[in-house]
Design a protein. Structure first.
Length: 339
């Protein structure tokens, strides 16, 4: 005969164990600021001792909210989105929200499926990366009245709140600096452009800079590739086998640049003496590479924090949709030198 399962503890059980009312227990779990520290600690000891878990479905039905937020990022395979997402989650958690994260693997159809799944599961709002997706998705979110914030972009074309930066202007600024240091033989390693407005904007920024400095943008070799270190390494080797060799390889992000630096060492090339390399994002890896990477600094944590605040304000109906553009800057390090 199978052993009987112990009864599931209830809110009343916690209240009796802590010698408080059920209303006090509820306040401890949902709005800690309204309960004294001593009472809260006593209640939480009872919660832990009994193994009590609040009835999520009942709470959601009563409040008509699930207090969950969905975020869909293009990849979990590298650190591009890690800092921003961490700050996003921290800000939500402080307001009692739980974050559900999915990865679309840069596949628009998969992202669309994940959006519908999160909405069907009752997500109170969504964080999406970039603005490049089919109009039918924006129409769907509008019809369902799902609060949505776009991050890593300052686009307002679709009428949704956004928090990010101008990818084109940021990369153009770096390309201007590269050319001011004497580089004319430039090669580019870009992320896949299809469905990726961040990669498209960065490449466009380089081309605008080249044109402004009197260079035909079509004469500059560009390799599109996935955002993995090995892809960056292979693309770098292809560029360096061209004649004449580029004096600088500009990469669409720091992960691709890390691959380029690794392959440069394997090929016996010195950076920056034989070739300079630049990145984009200024993730933690950029300052740990050898040589340290010149890159565009993106305020990832600020972006995640502000995106969460914008989304919470939108959910509460206290703020109109808007585009928030954050400042970026060039971080000069040893991987880029003048010629």
């Amino acid at each position: 005969m199978a052993p009987a399962h112990p009864p599931i503890p209830t809110l009343d059980d916690v209240a009796r164990a802590a010698n408080v009312s059920t209303a006090t227990v509820s306040r401890c779990l949902n709005d800690k600021s309204k309960v004294s520290r001593e009472t809260r600690e006593r209640v939480m000891r009872a919660v832990d001792a009994l193994g009590y878990t609040p009835n999520f479905n009942a709470r959601a039905m009563a409040a008509r909210r699930t207090h969950t937020i969905g975020a869909i990022i293009p990849t979990m395979e590298n650190a591009i989105f890690a800092r921003g997402l961490q700050a996003f989650q921290e800000t939500l958690h402080a307001e009692g929200y739980t974050l559900l994260v999915s990865s679309s693997a840069y596949q628009p159809d998969l992202e669309a499926e994940q959006i519908r799944t999160l909405v069907a599961r009752g997500a109170d709002g969504l964080l999406l990366i970039g603005a490049e997706r089919g109009q039918q998705i924006y129409d769907y979110l509008t019809r369902r009245a799902i609060p949505t914030v776009l991050a890593w972009t300052s686009s307002f074309d679709h009428g949704f709140a956004s928090v990010g930066f101008d990818n084109c202007a940021a990369m153009r600024s770096l390309a201007d600096q590269v050319q001011a240091m004497g580089h004319r033989r430039i090669a580019v390693i870009s992320g896949i452009l299809a469905g990726n407005d961040r990669a498209e904007g960065r490449l466009r920024g380089i081309r605008e800079s080249l044109r402004a400095h009197g260079t035909d943008p079509d004469s500059v070799p560009v390799i599109e590739t996935g955002y993995e270190i090995e892809n960056g390494a292979d693309a770098f080797e292809t560029h360096m086998k061209r004649a004449p060799r580029p004096t600088v390889v500009m990469c669409g992000n720091d992960v691709l640049a890390a691959g380029a630096l690794s392959r440069a060492r394997a090929m016996g090339l010195r950076v920056p003496e034989d070739v300079s390399i630049t990145g984009f994002d200024d993730i933690e890896l950029a300052g740990l590479l050898y040589p340290r990477l010149t890159t565009v600094h993106v305020p990832h944590r600020q972006m995640g924090r502000v995106a969460a605040q914008e989304l919470l304000e939108t959910i509460a109906g206290r703020k109109p949709r808007a585009a928030r553009e954050l400042a970026v800057s060039i971080t000069m390090r040893e991987s880029l030198k003048a010629i």
